[in-house]
Design a protein around this ligand. Structure first.
Ligand SMILES: [Zn+2]
Length: 237
């Protein structure tokens, strides 16, 4: 990245108390306590299926847009299988599909080159992104003053972290579990996504396999409590 816009936010990476910081050369506006008035952040919101991640992503986009901010919405493997974010409660928004070779930094740079302001990114289904996409998110925050709000699952059907989710836990300024309760059939809080193939919980296979949440699908996903995820007990369904 060589554009001049990277110069000012780079000051944020320096320790503020270091004697070599030249505050006059740093264009970041500061409050009375010396902290930056606006410091972009990388935030990761996570939770199991059906907890309202995509709904929250679209709500956040709406809230920021109402305040006059401009952002881009990205997704990967949305349930609609189209370039949009859809929610189980009926909301939808066009989105940019994140492919393996998409560079989020280039996405923002190209938008800005076209005269489109980009204050933030809403990254839905972020656990399906590549680890390199998470690195790009961090760079957008640190060097380009773009807020990045990522939403996704933490763990896969084996209850193991998705690589991108792991990287988000490692790098994010803020991590928040979405507080919409999803219940297991037993009434306990649902924590984990089980993959159900022909009516049985499976524990081996590709990390990402498209399924559904309806009972009739051959491959489907069901949220279970830890106890029933471990025993593979689907209850009476
Ligand atoms: Zn249970």
């Amino acid at each position: 990245m060589t554009d001049d816009a990277t110069a000012a936010p780079l000051c944020l990476a320096r320790p503020l108390s270091a004697p070599d910081v030249d505050s006059a050369a740093c264009a970041v506006a500061r409050g009375v306590d010396g902290r930056p008035l606006h410091a972009a952040a990388l935030k990761f919101f996570w939770g199991p299926m059906d907890c309202g991640k995509s709904t929250m992503a679209l709500q956040m986009n709406y809230n920021h847009a109402r305040q006059g901010r401009r952002g881009l919405v990205t997704t990967r493997i949305d349930r609609s299988m189209g370039p949009q974010v859809t929610t189980r409660i009926g909301l939808a928004h066009t989105a940019i599909e994140v492919t393996d070779d998409l560079d989020l930094r280039a996405l923002v740079r190209d938008a800005r080159d076209d005269g489109v302001r980009v204050d933030y990114l809403i990254c839905d289904e972020a656990s399906f992104y590549g680890v390199e996409h998470v690195e790009q998110m961090a760079e957008l925050v640190d060097r380009h003053d773009v807020d990045v709000y990522a939403f996704g699952l933490a763990t896969d059907f084996r209850s193991q972290l998705f690589p991108a989710a792991r990287r988000l836990f490692e790098l994010a300024d803020e991590v928040a579990r979405i507080q919409v309760e999803v219940l297991c059939w037993c009434g306990r809080e649902g924590l984990l996504n089980a993959r159900v193939v022909d009516g049985r919980v499976v524990r081996e296979g590709e990390q990402v396999v498209i399924g559904d949440t309806v009972d009739t699908a051959r491959v489907r996903y069901q949220v279970l409590c830890r106890r029933h995820h471990r025993t593979g007990d689907l209850g009476d369904r």
